[in-house]
Design a protein. Structure first.
Length: 153
């Protein structure tokens, strides 16, 4: 009986490690977010599906604000696309990099929109469901996404 439990425990450890190892890299996660923006007339990402892109606490805050704003018939706090920091865009010269220092992973995205340079910094966290965005700061607006929703930095 003890051998069965030990074997079951070992299998759980092995399979959980495999699941984590198979997660796409932070770089791949960011590239998947930004690549659609290069297409002409791209609608961008549906950031209203916050759970698939953002860290759990940020996603909850975004979803709650979207629901409350809809109930009031008003515009939510986030009134533009957080990935390009604008309501309209024409993206070119896109560069994406992700780097990890200790437990912190940061994405740096640079692009031109309507011929003007813009930079976006994204703080990433690895969750059981994959990489998620914990914060976004745009060069055109120093207010972070977390600050917009009054979440701890």
């Amino acid at each position: 009986m003890l051998r069965r439990w030990a074997a079951a425990g070992l299998l759980c450890v092995l399979f959980s490690g495999t699941a984590i190892a198979q997660q796409p890299s932070a770089q791949a996660f960011l590239e998947a977010i930004y690549k659609p923006y290069l297409a002409k007339n791209s609608p961008g990402q549906n950031y209203r599906e916050a759970d698939r892109l953002f860290a759990p606490d940020l996603a909850r805050a975004m979803n709650a604000d979207n629901a409350a704003a809809a109930k009031r018939g008003e515009v939510p706090l986030l009134d533009g696309d957080p990935f390009v920091c604008a309501q309209e865009w024409e993206i070119s010269k896109l560069t994406i990099s992700a780097s990890t220092a200790g437990t912190k992973t940061t994405g740096n995205v640079a692009f031109d929109t309507f011929g003007k340079p813009r930079q976006v910094t994204l703080d990433l966290v690895l969750t059981p469901t994959g990489w998620r965005i914990a914060n976004i700061v745009c060069s055109s607006d120093p207010t972070s996404l977390r600050a917009l929703y009054k979440l701890p930095q």
